[in-house]
Design a protein around this ligand. Structure first.
Ligand code: PHE
Length: 469
């Protein structure tokens, strides 16, 4: 690959990208791939449990605001950088800064993202492993007719068994590495276009079942009736961090995928479409899970195990539950898989472009390193569950390695990456470049521009400062 900082930057890079790397076959293909990255464990596993931990409605409202007022504008900015630069995130930043006469140090923004992706994937793969394990549990009929206690015991049993966790973590990581090693585009478009709609339908089926539990109304008011007395400042940070996490922002994924986006496609419309779909899946997951929580007297704030303690109960009780349960966890694995691929991709691209390694070797190197780090997360669920490496600092008190990785990435690195993207695009890129790339009506453009320049950075900064002090 030629040196990105050479003369053929920005505009010219685009034509080269088109020629050398191929483009998405259509707008839909980009939407599908970006949705594949966005929709994952964040929507189905994480959103419900952090909503439960943070008291419901008010948290959900802040989260929705963060998606609309911070997430969508930043997604547009990231896609814009990717399409303008036409390379992997770091080299896109390099191409744009050299073409626009800006400081090359901006490429560190993309580097933060590469690091964040690596750290996220290490524990993401462990949770992906939980989903794999539950396919077996559901398929062999072990969930049928079980009580909440015995379903809970299955989960505790899994967490207490490092070898089992290691086996599933290894399998998940291998799945991700196989696709990344072969190049992301070939299989991805097709897989996502079938699996995402299927996941959506299955979620609807579970929501349908949840409506019969008699606690649907309670779940709806839990999710949508804001009670601000339950909202803490740390809850606001979690909502903001999750907006980045769930939309795959702040780490260059959307830059990487944007570099394949044809010029004539609207960045704004596609970003909104992806965000809406992502949000719908999260809300559906909430509507599927909380009726079951209330109907069985479970704890909404049960933490990371929430979906693994509630959904299996539903599958154990509904007709054809073993079938639906198996299907559901298979689809959850696929959702996690497409996200996992996008977490590894930026690092692998960087190793290829920067270190001149071939694709197989860079995938192996990055994947194995990530797998090793994942082992620390596995151990922090059992043997090291009392180990809090940064426990001497008040804000990290009682946080295991797993908790720390989650906190550091979702609540610090991603918002920081997103903040820098907003500042870069809002304050440093020339307005002409932005207008060219976005080609929106002047009124909409101005609205976006103002939000990105003022609202987004200030909001993220305030939430940060509040939580660090
Ligand atoms: N958005 C993914 C999810 O919600 C996780 C992810 C984060 C993927 C950041 C890529 C980048 O599960």
């Amino acid at each position: 690959m030629s040196n990105a900082s050479s003369s053929a930057a920005a505009g010219g890079a685009m034509d080269r990208a088109a020629a050398e790397r191929g483009l998405w076959s259509s707008r839909l293909a980009f939407i599908l791939a970006a949705t594949g990255s966005a929709v994952g464990l964040g929507n189905i596993w994480k959103f419900p449990y952090i909503t439960g931990e943070n008291g419901g409605g008010a948290f959900v409202l802040v989260y929705l605001l963060c998606i609309a007022a911070v997430g969508v504008p930043i997604m547009m900015a990231e896609v814009l950088i990717g399409r303008r630069g036409g390379h992997s995130p770091i080299n896109s930043m390099r191409a744009i800064t050299s073409h626009e006469g800006l400081k090359p140090a901006w490429r560190w923004v993309a580097a933060i993202g590469v690091l964040a992706g690596f750290l996220i994937l290490s524990f993401y793969s462990v949770i992906g492993g939980w989903a794999i394990s539950y396919v077996g549990t559901a398929a062999t009929g072990q969930l049928a007719g079980q009580s909440a206690e015995s379903i809970g015991a299955i989960f505790t049993g899994l967490l207490g068994d490092p070898w089992k966790l290691l086996m599933w973590h290894t399998l998940f990581m291998a799945l991700v590495m196989v696709v990344v090693a072969r190049g992301v585009r070939s299989g991805l478009e097709r897989a996502v276009s079938i699996l995402m709609p299927a996941l959506f339908v299955l979620l609807l089926i579970v929501v349908g079942y949840a409506m019969t539990t008699g606690h649907f109304g309670q779940a709806v008011s839990f999710l949508f009736q804001p009670d601000f007395s339950k909202l803490t400042t740390s809850g606001v940070l979690v909502a903001l961090g999750h907006a980045f996490f769930t939309l795959s922002l702040g780490m260059g994924v959307m830059m990487a995928y944007g570099s394949y986006l044809p010029k004539n496609i609207s960045i704004a419309k596609t970003s909104v479409a992806v965000s809406v779909m992502d949000t719908l899946v999260a809300l559906l997951a909430g509507l599927a899970i909380f009726p079951i929580v209330f109907a069985n007297g479970l704890e909404p704030g049960a933490g990371p195990g929430l979906i693994f303690q509630t959904l299996p109960l539903a599958f154990g009780q509904m007709p054809m539950g073993s079938l639906f349960g198996t299907l559901f966890f298979v689809l959850l694995i696929f959702a996690a898989w497409t996200s996992g691929i996008s977490l590894l991709e930026p690092l692998v691209e960087w190793l290829e472009e920067q270190k001149g390694m071939n694709r197989t070797l860079s995938t192996l190197g990055a994947g194995i390193a990530c797998w090793l780090l994942g082992i620390a997360s596995i151990l922090s669920l059992n043997l090291w569950s009392d180990v809090a490496p940064l426990g001497m600092f008040a804000m990290f008190e009682g946080k295991t390695i797993f908790d720390l990785l989650d906190f550091l990435t979702a609540n610090i690195l991603l918002p920081l990456g997103g903040l820098l993207v907003a500042v870069f695009v809002g304050w440093f890129l020339s307005r002409k470049v932005l207008e060219e790339e976005l080609s929106m009506s002047p009124a909409v453009f101005t609205a976006w521009y103002r939000v990105l320049r003022y609202f987004t950075p200030i909001a993220v900064a305030i939430v940060f400062v509040y939580n660090l002090v």
